[in-house]
Ligand binder design. Structure first.
Ligand SMILES: NC(=O)c1ccc[n+]([C@@H]2O[C@H](COP(=O)([O-])OP(=O)(O)OC[C@H]3O[C@@H](n4cnc5c(N)ncnc54)[C@H](OP(=O)(O)O)[C@@H]3O)[C@@H](O)[C@H]2O)c1
Length: 311
């Protein structure tokens, strides 16, 4: 069987090798992998900037979907597991989470990281039913899943994007309103968006400072990503006069505090939400495993979501 191994982190295009390997592990279940995404965090692993890494010589890939070799009737996913970019995975049975195989493959392959992140943000930071939330990088998968959760929980979700051509698509995905993420549109968005319980920052830099201005007194500013690679901008005035609070979430760390039963319960809740309000994936392209070099280039360019097909 073949897998993608981390060599020396640095330039992501030169930090891996694809090779054959053989693994034997008694009392482990055998999973034949079907599909895995290339997530922003995987690129950070290749660069050596992500805190959870398989290390040089380890298999990369922080999520994916497969079927059990002995019981191929449903899909299995592996939340919080490094090593999904492999044709076959051997793990203890208590590591796997079950999802129905009626879910489209790309959605199933990206079920463990972004959906669990979106749901955890809403629950952990106690966004009330009918609450108000705003998010930048609103075309991200995390934000799109949040749009489905928002529909299920009657939450108003406002999004900021760098490309206005996405407005119609994102309104269809469930956003209440979409604005350009720029200084010029800030005034208009502040006049339309009610004061927010929570803002979600995935971009950093000026965008993180702008979105904070939408918060109500004691509102929560939550950072999960830094797509612009620029530092967070925090506001003295908002901290003092509105007593807003700044938070961060790393889903990998949080999942370590959760039992497998609790993770399965959350996944079941997401499946229920998906059935009623299916999230629409961002523009995506699927590449055969053998075309990994091309797939990685596409993922680094960041214009499309990229999936690897192992079949
Ligand atoms: N902390 C955690 O536990 C956790 C968990 C999951 C995800 N994340 C983070 O959340 C973010 C979204 O993840 P995802 O998988 O949902 O992403 P994704 O689907 O790959 O989408 C990435 C988004 O970032 C936007 N973007 C890319 N470069 C940008 C830039 N320079 N300035 C502004 N926006 C930019 C893209 O905008 P366009 O649509 O215009 O291309 C796109 O909307 C990432 O930072 C990821 O690392 C964190």
């Amino acid at each position: 069987m073949k897998a993608i191994f981390l060599t020396e982190p640095g330039d992501p295009r030169a930090a891996y090798e694809i090779k054959d390997y053989h693994q034997v592990a008694e009392k482990h279940v055998h999973i034949n992998m079907l599909m895995a995404p290339i997530n922003p965090a995987d690129i950070n692993v290749l660069e050596g900037t992500y805190p959870m890494t398989p290390g040089p010589g380890g298999i990369i890939g922080n999520e994916g979907v497969g079927i059990l070799e002995d019981k191929p009737s449903g899909y299995v996913i592996l939340p919080n597991y490094q090593g999904c970019w492999s044709e076959k995975i051997l793990v203890p049975s208590d590591r796997i989470i079950h999802i129905p195989n009626t879910i489209p493959l790309e959605v199933a392959a990206s079920f463990s990281v972004n959906p669990l992140t979106a749901l955890t943000i809403i629950d952990l930071f106690a966004v009330p039913l009918g609450g108000i939330v705003a998010v930048n990088a609103a075309n991200s998968m995390v934000a799109r899943v949040m749009a489905s959760i928002a529909k299920a929980r009657d939450i108003q979700l406002y999004g900021f994007v760098r490309r206005l051509e996405l407005v119609d698509e994102l309104i269809e995905a469930g956003f209440t309103g979409i604005f350009e993420d720029s200084d010029t549109s800030l005034k208009e968005s502040r006049s339309i968006i009610p004061k927010c319980d929570l803002v979600l920052n995935q971009v950093g830099g000026k965008s993180s400072g702008r979105i904070a201005k939408l918060l109500k007194p004691y509102g929560k500013h939550v950072t999960i990503g830094a797509m612009s690679r620029e530092p967070l901008q925090a506001s003295n005035a908002l901290l003092i006069f509105k007593q807003i609070s700044y938070h961060g979430l790393w889903i990998s760390k949080w999942l370590q505090t959760q039992s497998q039963q609790e993770i399965q319960r959350k996944v079941n809740e997401l499946i229920k939400i998906y059935k009623e309000f299916p999230w629409l994936l961002p523009d995506a392209e699927v590449f055969a495993f053998k075309d990994f070099d091309t797939a990685l280039n596409m993922a680094i360019n960041g214009k499309k979501k990229v999936f690897l097909d192992f079949e």
